[in-house]
Design a protein around this ligand. Structure first.
Ligand SMILES: Nc1ncnc2c1ncn2[C@@H]1O[C@H](COP(=O)(O)OP(=O)(O)OP(=O)(O)O)[C@@H](O)[C@H]1O
Ligand SMILES: [Mg+2]
Length: 164
């Protein structure tokens, strides 16, 4: 079963609010696939999640050239990857991502994860960012095939959801 939540017209403050709620309500081991065009706000959302975890957001930059950056905050690890320059799923696996997916007390966030969709874990949380017609606003579509994650999200984000 696939569950989908749509949050429309989020400005940067709303995005931080969303990140805070995600960090509060979601399990301490999680993989998030970030999807969206160039400049949609994937790195910005990672920075918001980092800051919700207690990592200095200035530490979080685009990992396009290093492929993986890891940060510590609030007893948690945050792994930040970018699949944009990865040739294929095999090359992505060679980075050792499966070890990251299995790590306790760790969130693994992957920009351009749709490029390596076939090797994402089954219980991945997808966050797709779309640029809104209004300046500096984004629509965030949240999907997961995981029933427990989807229940938790619906409760935590109830008043943010514009349509489902
Ligand atoms: N509501 C918003 N949500 C997210 N980003 C926003 C918003 N409003 C403005 N922005 C700006 O849009 C830009 C998004 O850039 P960002 O680097 O996060 O995108 P990206 O999806 O990671 O791009 P890339 O594909 O190049 O990695 C930032 O400058 C950010 O400040
Ligand atoms: Mg980016």
């Amino acid at each position: 079963m696939n569950s989908k939540l749509v949050l429309e017209s989020l400005d940067l403050k709303d995005l931080q609010d969303l990140a805070n709620r995600l960090v509060q309500c979601l399990p301490s081991r999680l993989t998030i696939g970030l999807v969206g065009t160039l400049g949609a706000g994937k790195t910005t959302l990672v920075q918001a999640i980092s800051s919700a975890m207690g990592v200095d957001r200035a530490e979080v930059t685009s990992p396009t050239f290093t492929l993986l950056q890891s940060h510590r905050g609030g007893g948690q690890t945050l792994h930040h990857l970018d699949a944009y320059r990865v040739a294929d799923e095999d090359e992505f696996l060679e980075l050792g991502v499966e070890e990251l997916f299995d790590q306790e007390q760790a969130w693994t966030l992957i920009e351009w994860a749709d490029r390596v969709e076939g090797v994402m874990p089954k219980n991945v949380l997808w966050l797709e960012l779309r640029i809104d017609p209004q300046p500096d606003r984004r629509t965030v579509e949240i999907t997961t095939a995981d029933h427990v994650l989807s229940q938790v999200l619906e409760t935590a984000l109830r008043e943010m959801i514009s349509k489902g």
